[in-house]
Ligand binder design. Structure first.
Ligand code: ADP
Ligand code: 5GP
Length: 187
């Protein structure tokens, strides 16, 4: 039976960093590459970070029911999980790893139930979140404000996840997640 690991967090909490570290430890984890209607940013590579596409192409995929879930995460920018992506990961005998926004994470857990384990990654404070977003250096000041405005609303949904991980000390957070993942995939 195919399994899934879901990671959601307010942007800047360290979710991507944690997921990358985790994937180095568990060779059976395979990242589910989402589709997005936004253009690539920085070093992002098509097919590795996202399937980048035009808003028109994204719309076509919605119409052909290609998505398990999709969402307009930021105004004018859509992201979605492709059904075909999950199926090919399971066909290789691997565990799907999702990096999705909070609404998408709750939705995927509802769809897949016990086949999924969901994690909410939290920064210790909103101030720290701002520092991390500034320090990451990938977003404009406007984009950072947009992400922070969304964060407080997202944090209210943390209790809907199986596990809440406070990413204060990175090594400790990765160890905590790894222990839970080990139990889940060996179950
Ligand atoms: P997300 O995927 O949640 O948006 P990232 O993984 O990109 O967040 O992390 C945001 C920034 O914070 C990155 O520059 C990352 O190196 C840094 N970071 C991650 N975890 C920690 C931590 N525990 N302490 C300090 N900085 C961190
Ligand atoms: P970014 O533009 O920073 O890469 O991502 C913006 C947000 O979209 C992040 O919170 C990310 O988790 C979310 N996201 C990425 N892929 C998906 C997806 O397939 N579905 C949903 N619902 N959100 C996604």
């Amino acid at each position: 039976m195919g399994r899934l690991l879901i990671f959601s967090a307010p942007s800047g909490s360290g979710k991507t960093t944690i997921v990358r570290r985790l994937m180095e430890r568990f060779p059976r984890l395979e990242f589910s590459v989402s589709a997005t209607s936004r253009p690539p940013r920085g070093e992002e590579v098509n097919g590795r970070d996202y399937h980048f596409m035009s808003p028109e192409k994204f719309r076509q995929l919605i119409d052909s029911q290609a998505f398990v879930e999709w969402e307009e995460v930021y105004l004018g920018t859509c992201y979605g999980t492709l059904r075909s992506e999950i199926e090919s990961i399971w066909a290789r005998g691997n565990v799907c790893v999702f990096d999705v926004d909070v609404v998408g994470g709750v939705r995927l857990k509802q769809i897949f139930g016990d086949r999924a384990m969901s994690f909410f990654i939290e920064a210790p404070s909103v101030d720290e979140l701002r520092k991390r977003l500034v320090g990451r250096g990938t977003d404009s000041a406007e984009s950072i404000e947009k992400r922070l405005a969304k964060a407080s609303e997202e944090m209210l949904r943390a209790p809907e996840f199986d596990h809440i991980i406070v990413n204060d000390n990175l090594d400790r957070a990765v160890d905590e997640v790894a222990l839970l993942v080990r139990r889940f995939i060996d179950r």
